[in-house]
Design a protein around this ligand. Structure first.
Ligand code: NAP
Length: 518
């Protein structure tokens, strides 16, 4: 049995607490254990500030980007081994494991390339300068500089690789060292990556620390230059954000939480056309990829009332083609959920949905006598406004059809019942319908994916969070923003308004070259 250790203060540390077992999601066998405890977190934070901050901030943006490129390389080299770990501890199919691991290395590379294009200066210019005085002699200019603090990254269980490395990418470009804490149920993959980081010595001392299990009193030691980037449920996010020490010092907090993402089919979309086919394929992909354990997965499917029967029949036919079983087998399209706790939560969630919705296919019954297997489950809401449908994120292969009139504004209002989401996708060839939907839904949604006949064949799936586009959403989704090119880096930087003699500001703090927007 492997014991997952923490990597803190430049060495591996075995925790002192009672171990938490990690399981193979297919066999339910315990395959590793996590031990927390016994870590001096005040020293961990000091270590990052004293060693990590200067090590990164003496490097240019491009040199920090080169670290990310090297990191991406060492992870990619061990791709096969990491995929096997994900299949076993995460219950992911090989395809799902690649989605996490290749997504992680791809994001590191995207940020390495972005950093390589940034100016050879220790700051970034924000927008145009402007005249403040009677003449242009007194000038104003905004700049971004690195903060001399540490970033604590608390990650969810569902993307042990991508979740950790997409946060690290932004933090490193900004010059901020990290303390990474993975979600415990699938921490084996994150730990294997931590081992590679340490063993290959790709990152300077003090810039990377890894905490297996509990973070103890870590957040009590953060100060005004530090930050917390959290991904997980809205309940945990709200609790961490309210930590008195974080409130007292206005420690920056970014929350990426849960979301009842919606797919909206407009009435104009013809059955059998490219947009309709993409709608079916994307809904099925979202329901079954990573066994529905994706923060961007579609939980609500808005369908014009008169087309519900047709859509149910088509989705059932597509879902019937999904082979559920041992994720290690190449023919399997969907594996188990990641842990016993997930298994219990998803089944209870489906039961709650069944109180307000009819089951079209699937249900809460375990699929196999062993392993955390749940069937892909499609429901149809009896009442479009039922709060369970809009408020209860069932984090598994489960989605509910919500019948609506076909009106774009009504669709957007129904989407807004989710109280803020990461992504909504809409499918229409009627540009006026799309405009009405987007203008009403945008404030409630971090990202809107639009499918029509002209672009859908080239489109990336709506569930993909891309390094160049913002990831995050308002309200229940946490109110945070990650990625989006340079936008995700800015969370780790300080923006300062400089006011003074134009000649000085332009020669010392002007744009040495255009800062790329993303
Ligand atoms: P979770 O139970 O909220 O846990 C998230 C993380 O917080 C885990 O690392 C957990 O550690 C840690 N944590 C819990 N209590 C803590 C505390 N008191 N102090 C410090 N850390 C604490 O969520 P999850 O079950 O891992 O993930 C599933 C949820 O994440 C879903 O709701 C999903 O929608 C959301 N999610 C959102 C995004 C996004 O980008 N918006 C992405 C992925 C997932 P332990 O595991 O050790 O308890």
């Amino acid at each position: 049995m492997q014991t997952l250790q923490s990597y803190v203060l430049g060495r591996w540390h075995t925790g002192t607490s009672t171990p938490t077992p990690l399981h193979d999601a297919h066999t339910e066998e315990a395959i590793a254990e996590v031990r927390s405890g016994g870590i001096d977190f005040a020293a961990v934070v000091r270590h990052a500030r004293e060693l990590g901050v200067p090590a990164l901030q003496k490097r240019s943006f491009a040199e920090r980007g080169a670290l990310l490129k090297a990191l991406s390389g060492v992870i990619h080299e061990k791709r096969e081994e990491l995929i096997s770990v994900s299949v076993s501890n995460g219950g992911t199919t090989r395809g799902d494991a690649k989605f996490d691991i290749d997504g992680a290395t791809g994001t590191l590379m995207a940020y390495a390339e972005l950093a390589a294009k940034l100016p050879q200066k220790p700051y970034l210019v924000d927008g145009e300068g402007l005249q403040l005085g009677r003449t242009a002699r007194f000038w104003g200019q905004h700049v971004w500089t690195s903060r001399p603090g540490v970033a604590v990254h608390v990650n969810a269980f569902n993307f042990p690789a991508w979740g950790m490395l997409e946060k690290m990418a932004c933090s490193f470009v900004a010059g901020v060292p990290v303390i990474e804490k993975p979600g415990t149920p699938t921490a084996l993959l994150a730990w294997k990556i931590a081992q590679l980081v340490v063993e290959k010595e790709v990152l300077p001392a003090g810039t990377y620390q890894f905490v297996a299990g509990s973070t103890g009193d870590l957040l009590e030691h953060l100060g005004p230059m530090d930050c917390l980037a959290f991904t997980g449920s809205s309940g945990t996010g709200a609790k961490l954000k309210a930590t008195p020490n974080l409130v007292k010092h206005n420690v920056r907090v970014n929350i990426e939480a849960d979301s009842l993402n919606a797919a909206v089919l407009a009435p104009d979309v013809e059955a059998g056309g490219p947009t309709y086919n993409a709608f079916l394929a994307n809904v099925v992909l979202d329901m079954t990829q990573k066994t529905g354990q994706k923060c961007t997965a579609v939980r609500r499917i808005l369908v014009p009332k008169e087309r519900v029967a047709e859509v149910v029949a088509d989705l059932k036919a597509e879902l019937a083609r999904i082979t559920v079983g041992n994720p290690a087998e190449s023919t399997t399209r969907m594996g188990p959920v990641a842990s016993r706790a997930q298994f219990d939560d998803v089944r209870k969630g489906i039961e709650r949905l069944q109180t307000v919705a009819e089951t079209a296919t699937g249900g809460p019954k375990p699929l196999h006598p062993k392993g955390f297997y749940v069937a892909p489950t499609l429901l149809v809401a009896k009442d479009a406004g039922a709060s369970v449908v809009h408020q209860d994120e069932v984090f598994g292969p489960c989605s509910t059809i919500v019948p609506y009139s076909g009106d774009a504004v009504e669709a957007a209002r129904i989407v807004a019942l989710g109280a803020g989401g990461l992504v909504s996708s809409c499918y229409s060839n009627d540009d006026a319908w799309v405009e009405a939907y987007v203008l009403q839904a945008a404030a409630w949604t971090g990202r809107i994916w639009i499918g029509n006949d002209k672009s859908v064949e080239q489109a990336l799936a709506p569930g993909m969070a891309l390094p160049w586009m913002l990831h995050g959403g308002p309200g229940r989704a946490g109110g945070g923003e990650e990625l989006g090119g340079l936008r995700g880096v800015q969370f780790y930087l300080q923006r300062t308004a400089l006011q003074g003699f134009k000649g000085l500001l332009e020669s010392r703090f002007g744009a040495p070259q255009a800062t790329p927007a993303s």
